[in-house]
Design a protein. Structure first.
Ligand SMILES: *Cc1c(COP(=O)(O)O)cnc(C)c1O
Length: 221
């Protein structure tokens, strides 16, 4: 199957309201161009240097999403052009992005990453930490980040119910936070969930954005 065929297949599964983030990490710019020529404009990268190099050499109407773990000392390299940062997992990182975005004279959309899977990881807010963040932080003070919603990764398992429940947890959390803290605002609508192995379930559970790599570009080296 070619990249073109893969995209055509995936596009059949994705309703118009769901954005497709083509996860191009570890693949060369020439591969991204193939997907670009099929009409794709949103690409996801997980390493800062790789992202900036690709940004430099590829068309400027690409919307670049950062989907990896962002270290504070690297924020400044992507803030001038990045369209969405998916994995914000601490208040410190949020404040730092705000400050670099101010210098770049931009408002940078961000998603808060929530740890919904069973696997141990140091990345992502727990539900309680997230509640606590909204309780204690006045997000209106952040003039240069826009909190657009939540992002999460489900457990890597063949148990569909497990995956479905985790995505449902993320959706409920978004709804609850929006109801409680962001009611009168037209934002905090995004739910970035779903990858190659579970994007169909994620869409059924209300995903607004799927991040798909392997099913488009094949295995990464
Ligand atoms: C690599 C990656 C993806 C894409 O995973 P596939 O299984 O190849 O579709 C999605 N989200 C994040 C955060 C990733 O790091």
């Amino acid at each position: 199957m070619s990249i073109k065929d893969n995209i055509a297949e995936i596009r059949k599964d994705i309703p118009d309201r769901v954005k497709l983030v083509c996860v191009s990490k570890f693949h060369p710019a020439s591969t991204i161009s193939e997907a670009y020529d099929c009409g794709e404009r949103i690409f996801g990268e997980s390493r800062v240097q790789e992202l900036t190099e690709k940004y430099e050499c590829l068309p400027k109407d690409i919307q670049w999403h950062f989907i990896g773990h962002l270290q504070t000392n690297k924020i400044k390299y992507i803030v001038p052009f990045v369209s969405l940062i998916h994995g914000v997992d601490s208040q410190k990182l949020l404040l730092e992005i705000d400050s670099f975005a101010a210098k770049a004279n931009r408002v940078v959309p961000c998603l808060l990453q929530v740890h919904i899977a069973l696997e141990e990881t140091k990345f992502g807010f727990s539900e309680n930490e997230l509640m606590n963040l909204f309780e204690t932080m006045d997000y209106r003070q952040l003039k240069h980040v826009s909190i657009a919603g939540l992002m999460g990764m489900a457990t890597y398992t063949t148990n569909e119910n497990q995956i479905r429940n985790e995505f449902r947890t993320l959706r409920n959390l978004r709804d609850e936070l929006k109801r409680t803290y962001l009611k009168e605002e037209n934002r905090f609508n995004e739910l970035s969930m779903g990858m190659t192995n579970d994007y169909r379930i994620a869409i059924e559970e209300g995903s607004t954005m799927v991040r798909i790599g392997t099913a488009i570009f094949g295995e990464r080296n």
